[in-house]
Design a protein around this ligand. Structure first.
Ligand code: SAH
Length: 386
């Protein structure tokens, strides 16, 4: 599966528009380019334009990584094109499984040594991958392991897409166990992608939206996934939420709220000092109006911090004040990060929080926590790998 590692940067002929990757920048990759740009890129590298479509078919449709399998390309052309447009972006450094092999965590080393992680989870009838959009994160939420480490850098579009392509290949090769008997018969493919790994994707807007386009563009331009299967999770960067609503790709929006009042949210989600609870909720409501997609509210239940009944009531009131049927709440028990003074709410308190929200008519489901024993659960990514 490994691609040959480029040794030298190949000189590009003529007056070219596409520069060799700068030191520090991820290598240029086919998945960084819009379908309409690819022919020009391939031509600028001295190849015939129709090779672009062949390469796209290999990458997005056939999920081929090994140049030997690209038999419709002459050998010399094959190695040049793979070197130039399908370079190795992710090198696996750790692969761990949990939940009887139905959950897999991958830690990847990027070209510059930065580490990011993805988690692949199989459920009856669907397979979800949780992907990273940044190495580290700049949002500094005190309960999140990634937030503690700070931001290393943004990922490129292709570095984001490649996590999903890698997962699709792993499924094809039977790396993920489980499912019920009937499920075994169904062809396995990645059905859901959640931007809930490392990073604040909306702070890396261009690359994240580029990745959404690559995932949803029909094959062979992209992976041909349904936008309904994608979830963009955010701390609540209001202008970026509005921008995303205008993109015309109806992905699900998840807003990491964690508190219904500014006093507490200022502490739990520090960007709240810039965009307040009411502004974030208004943006979430606008997102629903623009896309018709019901918004998810993420709420990590932290013992004696944000799990009081009155906070459930306040949340229910604030959501209902903006209409009915536009939102649901996903509480999740906090996964305590190493050394954290905080822990998960007691089960009875959690249940009470859920019931209070339901009493307001808000659909509420506790989110499951897969992969806790492999540091693959929410907020745990990467801390244990470095
Ligand atoms: N930057 C995005 C994605 C972050 S991870 C965002 O903030 O939404 C996805 C979800 O996991 C977010 O809701 C985040 O708040 C939550 N999370 C982070 N650390 C957690 C922890 N220790 N326990 C439970 N949920 C956590």
């Amino acid at each position: 599966m490994e691609l040959p590692t480029p040794t030298t940067s190949r000189p590009t002929p003529g007056q070219l528009t596409f520069r060799a990757p700068r030191r520090g920048k991820p290598p240029r990759h086919l998945a960084d380019f819009e379908p309409a740009e690819r022919k020009g890129v391939v031509e600028s590298l001295g190849h015939q334009g129709f090779r672009a479509k062949q390469l796209s078919t290999h990458y997005f449709e056939r999920l081929v990584a090994d140049p030997e399998e690209m038999t419709d390309l002459p050998k010399a052309v094959r190695s040049e094109l793979v070197h130039d447009l399908l370079p190795t972006l992710l090198t696996p450094v750790v692969r761990r499984q949990a939940d009887d092999g139905q959950t897999m965590k991958y830690a990847w080393r990027l070209h510059d040594g930065a580490i990011v992680e993805s988690v692949l989870m199989r459920y009856p009838g669907r397979v979800t991958i949780c992907i990273s959009s940044q190495a580290g994160c700049g949002m500094n939420c005190p309960f999140c392991a990634t937030g503690q480490a700070g931001l290393t850098r943004n990922l490129s579009t292709a570095e984001i897409v490649e996590q999903v392509v890698w997962a699709a290949r792993a499924l094809r090769h039977g790396e993920l166990a489980g499912g019920d008997a009937g499920d075994q018969e169904a062809p396995l493919r990645v059905s859901n992608v959640v931007f809930m790994g490392m990073g604040e994707a909306l702070a890396n807007y261009k690359a994240a939206v580029g990745a959404i386009r690559r995932l949803t563009d029909p094959a062979p331009d992209g992976l041909g996934m349904s936008a309904r299967g994608l979830t963009m999770s955010t701390v609540g960067l209001v202008p970026a939420i509005d921008k995303l609503a205008a993109e015309g790709i109806p992905v699900t929006l998840a807003l990491s709220l964690h508190a219904p009042d500014d006093e507490l949210r200022d502490e739990l989600v520090p960007i709240n000092t810039r965009w307040k609870v009411d502004e974030a909720l208004d943006a979430a409501r606008r997102y629903f109006e623009a896309t018709g997609r019901r918004v998810s509210i993420e709420y990590a239940l932290i013992r004696d911090i944000n799990d009081q009944g009155w906070r459930a009531d306040l949340l229910g009131e604030k959501l209902n004040a903006r209409g009915r049927g536009w939102v649901h709440v996903n509480p999740i028990p906090l996964n305590p990060t190493p050394g954290s003074k905080w822990t998960a709410s007691r089960p009875g308190v959690e249940q009470n929080f859920v019931e209070r929200l339901r009493a307001h008519g808000i659909p509420t489901t506790i989110r499951d926590t897969r992969g806790q024993d492999i540091d693959g659960a929410c907020g745990q990514l990467a801390a244990a790998t470095a």
